[in-house]
Design a protein around this ligand. Sequence first.
Ligand SMILES: [Zn+2]
Length: 271
Amino acid sequence: MKKTAVALVLGTLLIASCGRATLRGVTPSAGALRAHAVDPVPMTETLSPNFNERGDAPISCIVLHHTAVAATAQSTANFFADPKSKVSAHFVVDRDGSVIRCVADDKRAWHAGKSAFNGVNDVNTFSLGIEIANVGDNVEPYPEAQVTSVVKLVAYLAKSHDIPMANVTRHRDVALPAGRKTDTSDNFDHKYVIKAAQALIDGTTLPRYTFKPAPEGYDARRQVYTVKPGDTWEGIADGVFDAESMASQIIRMNLGAKLTPGAHLRLPSTY
Ligand SMILES: [Zn+2]
């Protein structure tokens, strides 16, 4: 059913209920409508000053990221709240499924950097950015509670802004030059998120999520980066963390290290 049709039916029901038209008054009939409704996602707010105006471009795209740290979503939101970090996203989803809003939908958050989607440059201008708490090493699992929240959030945003599922993309697919970014990691089931969010919008049964556990003894806090030819400290910080401002921290953790291709660097697990 189209939005206008829903509004019309709801309007008729509200008028029919007469007197003070409350939602409670139309519960029996509205129940049928709600089967196709996508509920808002509960969230807290830690607002970031790192945004600007979008201009005239309508919101037409959702970009998924991983945070690249073992730290919590709140820690990432606090990093975004620091003007010195010069980065942000609209939402951060924690491992337990809790969601934090950092930038209002109608503002341009700073998450995608140099980027293009379907040939249009500057993805930040027309997208919403969702950060998913995960170190992004292709091993740390994405818990079901977290993925379910991502699905609900994507469905809600897609419905609210009329964004087709084909425009729910990953940072790695839009970053320029190609290969600059790896998020979301290989073990993030992007196809599942799209399928499940569409099912939520359509009111059909959600597909089952397959959880892939980490190997025994795995520690998400011990991340290592292998230096590639041509790497710079700022490039590594941008590539891993979406934030050049993390470069000084990587240098501090690897005092005296040189950027020799093949060399291993320790990476911070928090900001
Ligand atoms: Zn990213």
